[in-house]
Design a protein. Structure first.
Length: 334
């Protein structure tokens, strides 16, 4: 392995660099270059060059949470990711890279390099926004003004998020909150893994659908939507979002599963029945279907590397526990 790794990195670096640029373009709102560049603006993500990818892969350390899954005489893997990261974290370290190379299928929540996924995601976003654009679903004026101030604080053009529903605007702003700390969705672990897997010629599959993920962000009622937006705006305005994101991502980088799993205890973001219901809908309610999808592919003879957001890994409804219930021998790899 030590003899082969540099040659593999050399073959893949150019393809990876190109795929990373394509992935970022497909997943982030477009902003005119330097349109609102001021000292107060967060730095723009810089996609790595071929040489930087090669160096990053060579020097990478292991981060995150990795489990080995054994059943039916085959081994698959489960990897907890973060969707916002530092540029140096996105490269897989030696143990994660060995698991990737030992797998023939990389399974992601969504493969953002799949043109069909991109098309369906765009359609689902547009449909969700249209449903929220009716007069009775509009945000109250004061809340809309507060939301617009947060958009401006992130140095986005005034209409950058106008085509998104309020819930999706909040989700986007939350993902961008750490850019001043070097944490950017352009460096998300899942995005890099999609590029790596395609460049390596692996089979890449989506465990969920764009329609499901967009639907998960939509509140059931106007009152719940307003409560969600109100709480998120209060966190942003109070300055809580950045330290919360720093702690969460650092726990992931350090492999500190206990701190990451106790997110609900320290984030100060799960206070009401609506908050708790939203978290259950976003995490626990999705986990059985994710576990079933990984189980089905493993049972079909594939050696699966399943990479899913790390909040899906904790507790009795977390994916490691659910995989054990499905007959896998589950081993955490430190």
């Amino acid at each position: 392995m030590k003899m082969l790794l540099p040659r593999r990195i050399g073959r893949m670096a150019c393809a990876l660099a190109a795929l990373l640029v394509a992935t970022a373009a497909a997943t982030l709102p477009a902003t005119p270059a330097q349109a609102q560049a001021t000292p107060a603006c967060p730095p723009a993500a810089q996609m790595p060059t071929t040489e930087q990818v090669q160096a990053g892969m060579r020097d990478a350390r292991d981060h995150g949470f990795l489990w080995r899954l054994r059943r039916d005489g085959r081994v698959s893997f489960l990897y907890g990711t973060v969707h916002v990261a530092r540029v140096e974290w996105m490269y897989p370290g030696p143990r994660v890279l060995r698991a990737l190379n030992a797998s023939d299928t990389v399974a992601l929540e969504l493969d953002m390099l799949d043109p069909d996924i991109q098309r369906r995601l765009g359609s689902a976003v547009a449909a969700n926004a249209a449903a929220g654009a009716t007069p009775h679903r509009a945000l109250p004026d004061d809340m809309q003004q507060r939301l617009q101030r947060q958009i401006e604080a992130e140095c986005l053009p005034a209409q950058a998020l106008a085509a998104l529903s309020p819930e999706m605007q909040i989700a986007t702003l939350t993902s961008l909150a750490g850019r001043r700390d070097g944490l950017d969705p352009s460096y998300g672990i899942d995005l890099f893994l999609a590029g790596w897997a395609h460049a390596a010629g692996k089979t890449v599959v989506s465990l969920e659908t764009p329609e499901l993920q967009i639907a998960l962000l939509k509140a059931d009622t106007e009152a719940e939507r307003n409560e969600f937006v109100q709480g998120a705006l209060t966190q942003m305005e109070s300055g809580q979002s950045r330290p919360m994101l720093r702690r969460m991502t650092q726990a992931w980088a350090d492999g500190d599963l206990a701190d990451f799993a106790s997110y609900g205890d320290w984030c100060d973001c799960i206070k009401t029945d609506t908050d708790r219901a939203a978290m259950a809908r976003l995490l626990d309610d999705r986990n059985p279907a994710l576990a079933d999808a990984v189980t089905a592919r493993h049972a079909n003879g594939q050696r699966v590397f399943a990479a899913v957001g790390s909040l899906h890994m904790a507790g009795p409804m977390g994916l490691p526990a659910l995989m054990a219930q499905r007959g896998f021998q589950v081993e955490r790899l430190p």
